[in-house]
Design a protein around this ligand. Structure first.
Ligand code: 3H9
Length: 697
């Protein structure tokens, strides 16, 4: 028997126990252990039923993702689960935490399933560019019907134990000790004379339903929603086999489709995204035993959209939070904004009114800094102007207790300067939330020159607590995300001067997988933000760094984006659907003429190179300066904060996949054609010449 799977007998019950921290993933040792244990229990005449239970915080959370791409080792999971299902003695999976992917496939190959109420089950393989490859696409439809199985497999979203009980995935909800609950359930099965009950042999949920129509509808939905994704359509084909083929053939078809997904570039990009999101929370030069300060209360300075969004993040996880505003009137407005924001979730059905009211009791509006004397953490979210920040931080320094963490949500100002407004710069850190703060997952944690280690560690921990993806970054204008996006935005505008339309640029980037094109995004956030940055840049940049003039021309014509109903697109009253702006071509032509540019046809490929290579070149500079710890942290920031498609792995992974020599050569050409902005990053040049990748650093 293996170390990670043990077998013991308690009376007539064999208990198979998996103990493979952190998440009991199904690496080779676990697969061998499961196969050997179930075989031994089957062969033991004293055993009448088998219980499968896991140690630690969760049931089996899936195949071991680290093994993907390596030579396969026998026994494979399909063989293991088929063996479990074929057993003649009733088997019971006891689920706690999450039974995901291969974990749920193991559970549904057991003959019965019981679970703690807090448990979740799901088949998230699609999120890794895969499909359930150990019978999940064949057994789940037999258990819950094709419609629900398609929903679960194509979305990859887990369901609660209560829903699983309703659907028949779980047979009973239990409480208390897992092993005891499993044994009690197994003893009852024996007493009731219940034997093996194999999901694979069922057809009742497949019969009498127009499954072909369900499949066709799902195909059309997926084609519309995620046209560029490889695995969702294969998930559907695999589920289709569950009702068009006998089990054995269906399992074979599933294996073929799984193999196609396994070798797809999207699978490697999505697995990269999974692991690097977890890696981003690890700070290389922070000692592992760095203490973390306790954060039991928080405050936010400023009750605008951003401040309120941040405050709600705290309330959402049960941390009482105060919002400080300048007057009673402003404070009342901020509190109203909190309720309105929550009401949107209530209307969408993602929050109950009860839960909203409970969360609102955690939010308190105040107008006096003295009311913040007891809080553990303050996040400043006031106007982006150094003078305003100075006043706030001086007041915080006066009123906050020693040891309180003083954070700024600045998106571009110098955090070191902000820290120096206080007599405790070691307690100052940046917490750069993204708008809307209560929705967006990304949090840039800005480490100032004097930020203490325990403050940084606490900021990262609080990010996790708030369910954010916290990524440490250094101090520079725009930190990582916005500094790079300046390059991307500017090049998009140059493309308009050269001959493209907003719809063409947005379309090319959407086809690539970006959640939104740069111009639809500009219209959403308002052109005035970009314009004020441009004005600042014009005052500070050397002359060789030319800037496009389209934003200025549009602002002069009152086109500021959605808020004025007109920007790069026009919007009908009450609608967010972008329509062509009939006044824009004249503005673009005037801008081209002014620059002496003859407008020309641009290909989608060219548009991608000009915009994405601008991101990559700046990313390389950021890496070299140590503003980001590793190239994959930049990928995490772009995927979680800027709508970069996870299936492309992030800008730096994408560059590696194209080959850095190619990227470097194109950037050199752009440098010749378009001047100073395109000076290749020395790090990119070095890696390209050495035939290396960003991932090798
Ligand atoms: C599959 O099953 C395919 C089959 O259908 C077919 C096969 C033929 N493998 O997320 P956390 C690590 S595909 C290896 O921070 P949490 C993770 O990297 C799989 N390692 O914890 C981290 O390591 P580190 C389908 C894994 O409590 C540590 O565990 N399953 C795996 O916030 C803790 O992770 C999935 O897609 C894995 N499968 O969340 C489930 N999972 O400490 C993926 C985690 O070194 N996993 N690690 O950074 C999850 O969704 C979450 O990890 C889970 C726990 C919800 C389980």
């Amino acid at each position: 028997m293996s170390d990670v799977v043990t077998l013991e007998r308690q009376g007539a019950i064999a208990v198979v126990r998996v103990n493979n921290p952190p998440v009991n993933a199904l690496g080779i040792a676990v697969r061998e252990g499961l196969q050997d244990s179930f075989k031994a229990a089957e062969a033991d005449p004293q055993v009448k039923a088998i219980v499968l239970v896991c140690e630690g915080s969760t049931f089996i959370a899936g195949a071991d993702i680290k093994e993907f791409g390596k030579p396969p080792k026998s026994p494979g999971l399909p063989e293991v689960v088929s063996g479990i299902e074929a057993g003649s003695k009733p088997s019971v999976a006891v689920i706690h935490g999450t039974a995901l992917g291969g974990g749920l496939e193991v559970a549904v190959s057991c003959h019965y399933r019981i679970a703690l109420k807090s448990a979740k089950v799901g088949l998230p393989e699609v999120k890794l560019g895969l499909l359930p490859g150990a019978g999940g696409t064949q057994r789940l439809p037999r258990l819950v019907g094709v419609e629900k199985a398609l929903d679960m497999i194509v979305s990859g979203n887990p369901i609660s134990a209560s829903e699983a009980l309703e659907l028949g995935v779980i047979d009973e909800l239990v409480e208390g000790d897992l092993t005891a609950a499993g044994i009690a359930y197994a003893e009852k099965l024996i007493a009731d004379g219940k034997g093996a009950r194999r999901t694979g042999e069922r057809t009742d949920k497949l019969d009498g339903v127009d499954n072909a129509a369900l499949v066709a509808a799902k195909r059309a939905e997926v084609e519309k929603k995620t046209p560029g994704l490889f695995s969702p359509q294969r998930c559907i084909s695999a589920v289709e086999a569950s009702f068009t083929m006998p089990l054995e053939d269906g399992l074979k078809r599933e294996r073929e489709l799984f193999g196609e997904c396994l070798v797809s570039p999207q699978r490697s990009a999505l697995v990269h995204a999974f692991f690097t999101e977890r890696l981003a929370s690890k700070i290389d030069d922070l000692p592992k035993d760095t203490p973390v300060r306790e954060i039991n209360s928080a405050a936010v300075i400023g009750g605008g959209t951003m401040g309120v969004g941040i405050a709600l993040c705290f309330a959402n996880v049960g941390i009482p939070v105060k919002i400080l505003e300048v007057s009673d009137e402003a404070m009342d407005k901020a509190m109203e904004r909190c309720r309105d924001t929550y009401m949107m979730s209530v209307k969408r059905g993602s929050l109950t009114e009860d839960a909203m009211n409970k969360r609102l009791t955690l939010v308190e509006g105040v107008t006096d800094y003295a009311d913040l004397s007891g809080v553990d953490l303050v996040v400043e979210a006031v106007f982006e102007e150094m003078g305003v920040k100075q006043k706030v931080f001086e007041a915080l320094d006066t009123h906050c207790k020693p040891g309180a963490i003083l954070a700024s949500n600045t998106s571009s100002l110098n955090l070191n300067q902000i820290a120096d407004f206080t007599k405790r710069p070691q307690d100052v850190v940046g917490l750069h939330f993204f708008s809307p703060a209560n929705v967006m997952r990304l949090l840039e944690v800005v480490r100032g020159e004097k930020t203490a280690n325990d403050v940084l560690a606490t900021a990262m921990a609080i990010g996790k607590k708030l369910k954010k993806v916290a990524v440490p970054v250094g101090v520079c204008d725009g930190f990582v995300g916005n500094r790079m996006v300046f390059q991307y935005g500017r090049e998009s505008e140059f493309l308009l001067e050269e001959g493209a339309t907003p719809a063409q640029v947005d379309g090319a980037l959407r086809k690539f997988g970006m959640a939104m094109g740069p111009f639809a995004m500009r219209d959403l956030s308002g052109l005035d933000i970009g314009l004020s940055i441009r004005t600042r840049q014009r005052q500070t940049l050397p002359a060789e760094f030319k800037l496009p003039t389209i934003l200025d021309k549009m602002a002069a014509a009152g086109m500021l984006g959605q808020k004025t109903g007109k920007g790069f697109y026009v919007y009908e009253k009450g609608s967010r659907t972008p329509l062509d702006n009939p006044e824009l071509p004249a503005i673009l032509e005037a801008a081209s003429k002014e620059q002496g540019i003859e407008r020309r046809e641009l290909t989608d490929e060219y548009i991608l190179e000009r915009t994405l290579f601008a991101l990559i070149n700046e990313g390389a500079k950021i890496l070299e300066e140590g503003i980001a710890q590793r190239s994959s942290d930049i990928d995490v920031i772009y995927i979680n904060g800027y709508g970069f498609p996870a299936h492309q792995g992030g800008p730096m992974f994408y560059a590696d996949s194209l080959g850095l020599d190619h990227v470097y050569n194109r950037i050199c050409e752009f440098h010749k054609q378009h001047g100073a902005w395109w000076k290749p990053a020395p790090l990119l040049e070095k890696l390209a010449k050495e035939g290396r990748k960003f991932a090798d650093l």
